[in-house]
Design a protein around this ligand. Sequence first.
Ligand code: GLU
Length: 486
Amino acid sequence: MAEEIRVRFAPSPTGYLHVGGARTALFNWLWARKTGGKFVLRIEDTDEARSTIESVNGMLHDLTWLGLDWDEGPLYGEGIDPLKQQKGDKGPYFQSQRLEIYQRLAHELMDKGVAYPCFCTDEELEEKRKKAEEEHRSVHYDGTCRNLSREEAQRRIDAGEPYTIRVRVPQKDYALDDEVRGHVEWKAGTLGDFIILRSSGMPVYNFCVVVDDALMGITHVVRAEEHLTNTHRQLILYEALGYKPPKFSHASLILGPDKQKLSKRHGATAVGQYAEQGFLPDAMINFLALLGWNEGNDREIYSVKELIDCFELGHISKSPGVFDNDKLLWVNGQHLRALPVEELIPMVAPLLKKAMPDDKRLDDPVIMQKLVGLIQPKMTLLTDAPDVAKTFFEASQPENEEAAAMIATEKSQKLFVALAEEFEKCEWVREGYNAAIKAAGKVAEVKGKDLFMPIRVKITGTCHGPELVGILDVLGREETIARLKA
Ligand code: GLU
């Protein structure tokens, strides 16, 4: 039986979910969903000073908003404590809850001699570092405690001397065949013996990652390029622990339009900000997927399902993705306008009601259906809905002099009077309006453009916009007549 694919997203909860983190989560999620594997969410919160539960909850919220559901990890929802409520049999999924595991394994490595206790104090280490720098020697740990005899080491431990645990780094080359970056090598001698467990009992980051990825059965690690250098230490630790390393894919950085690393300077970088600005999760997913991945052609619009079908790790690109806000807006508009009206209604209804709390027409499902159908083609963001709807709901002045002149003519005035009369008595359905317009046109002796344009301008203020009958559907008889008489 083929090995089950298991991937993970492992955020450090020290802030909000960044678009770069969301992209990493997405690539992992797509791979799991494509292969029928498992997507694990692990919280890397060993930096006690900077990790917060608010950040955890914010990240879980934003992942949920994006639709990136996870098979194992902390649960998220109203009244749920993610620290206590988790799913999956390879937990706990917070690193802060796994300290005993790291400590046990670090001590096992020490017992085997693969690692050793180091009694050098911070001050001594600092001294050594300075001296090495002055003498232009390598600043790696000089190995003072590497060759202490077991007896000597044990005697000092028993005497209560504080110690860290350092792994013995084998003096050999390490190499990686990264699915994205290709063959990567690290030469012997580029690393000294490094600490895996501090004297406080706190494990270091790279040790936790390796232990967790191995014990959680992770088969593929997909993460940002900035972690590539960590992989050297991690490969050494896989070997020390006797675990098989997973396959690695290091995705390129995300840059701003000026080709500098994406930062707040370029605008919003938090997924939550995009949600507030009225972007659709599926559009965000589409856009993020294309930041450093493509199918091998220039297709730009994908549904989530299509992405799952097309996604391949091997197509993650080597060159950096450029975060282009205008493109994101364009992608959002494409997704928004392709939505069935029924799906768009519940997304915009709360925004419309908030903007026009006293407008009773919004409570009528038939009008709502028609209104959303009318405004949809003019929207790019969900948050555009109130302004676009207001142009239909609120009578507006002619948009320019040409429009004003068009409705000021004697013929137009005659037309509006006749049309108001016809509208009073016609049936308020499309055939009814059309018959009424035709009849009023006869009275005022106008046809074609000269008939429809003045009516449109009189009612909406503009020469452009959706078809007139759609507007009449939404406005209703009373409001339409009132505008003709105004
Ligand atoms: N916790 C790390 C981060 O948030 C991820 C580590 C990894 O993916 O290996 O950047």
